[in-house]
Ligand binder design. Structure first.
Ligand code: FAD
Ligand code: MG
Length: 297
């Protein structure tokens, strides 16, 4: 069967794209490996009408509503490669089977690479975070830390005091200059150069190299991100470099550099959220539909 659209990634962005296409009575295939980026978090915040709901709950309800449309097919699997063929695209899934479609939507999200500090990964989404808009409010103005992991350290350290008294841990690797020190001091940010060796405790107690322990309500850091799919590489989609990592270049209608391939959500923006993924997905879905009507301009 030749689907109108193949959507890789059935999370917030991919489902929002699929919904527009389903409502235009188009044949849509969603292929989803089920590894949403926020699966480590107990609650999702900041998305209208769903503030404080579980990430799984939001996705499950969206999927239930989407699958009411008879032209939507869902496969729980990983898509491994996509090839450009005469009538569109051929996807190869992990079991070796193939699926065919006239357009392709990459809604595959990103993967986060955290620094290799013992205790960090287990606390990701619980007391170690990236996004203060997502998780800052619940920390109730408790003592907070920023772990410098990349050139984004200054931006994050300036921002976090909105959510509680903040210490910047430079790991002895990042060196604020005089102007940065003055601006951080004006925000009340303390600077700690002694390296952090591990994270423990119920929340985030940092063990420092000189034997001290610093108990925090929450620790923020900027992970290294990469868009989560080899499929885009195989197709030759153009990339952009953001402060956290690479993402897929798209235009205002979420078209990539490869005709017929669209991308939405975290995979196609420098920094994302559930709301932005849903917005991007809705745009991509409508753009895919219109490209089926008017052709690829
Ligand atoms: P994702 O939700 O990451 O989904 C991508 C999907 O594509 C996954 O299901 C994955 O398995 C699938 N996929 C990837 N490659 C393939 C393939 N080859 N074949 C098949 N399937 C594939 N945002 C908020 O708005 N509020 C919050 O409170 C919040 N909290 C967060 C907490 C944490 C710890 C983290 C890390 C992020 C948080 N975010 C939050 C950000 C939010 O998770 C992302 O912005 C959002 O998930 C992006 O949606 P997406 O659909 O683009 O990608
Ligand atoms: Mg959250």
């Amino acid at each position: 069967m030749l689907h109108d659209a193949l959507i890789i990634g059935g999370s917030y962005a991919g489902m929002a794209a699929a919904l527009q296409l389903a409502r235009a009575r188009r044949q849509v295939l969603v292929v989803d490996a089920g590894q949403r980026r926020n699966r480590f978090a107990a609650h999702s915040h900041g998305f209208l009408t769903q503030d404080g709901e579980t990430p799984d709950g939001i996705a499950a309800r969206a999927r239930q509503q989407l699958l009411r449309y008879p032209t939507v097919t869902w496969i729980g699997a990983t898509a491994e490669t996509a090839a450009i063929v005469d009538e569109g695209f051929t996807l190869r899934l992990e079991d070796g089977s193939q699926r065919h479609g006239r357009r392709l939507v990459l809604a595959t999200g990103v993967t986060d690479t955290l620094p290799a500090l013992p205790g960090l990964r287990e606390r990701w989404g619980i007391s170690v975070f990236l996004c203060p808009y997502c998780d800052g409010y619940e920390l109730a103005q408790g003592p907070l830390g920023v772990l410098a992991t990349s050139d984004a350290w200054f931006h994050q350290a300036m921002l976090i005091p909105e959510w509680g008294p903040t210490t910047l841990f430079t790991q002895g690797r990042y060196h604020p200059d005089d102007e940065q020190r003055a601006r951080l001091a004006a925000r009340g940010v303390a600077i700690e150069a002694t390296p952090v060796l591990s994270v423990g405790g119920d929340r985030a107690t940092l063990q420092l190299a000189d034997g001290r322990a610093v108990a925090l309500a929450g620790l923020f850091l900027v992970p290294r991100t990469d868009f989560a799919n080899a499929v885009a590489h195989g197709l030759g989609c153009a990339l952009e470099e953001g402060p956290m990592g690479r993402f897929l270049r798209t235009d205002a209608r979420k078209a990539t550099s490869v005709p017929g391939v669209f991308a939405c959500g975290d995979a196609a923006r420098a920094a994302g959220s559930v709301s932005l993924a849903v917005g991007d997905g809705a745009m991509a879905g409508a753009a895919v539909h219109q490209s089926l009507v008017f052709g690829l301009g």
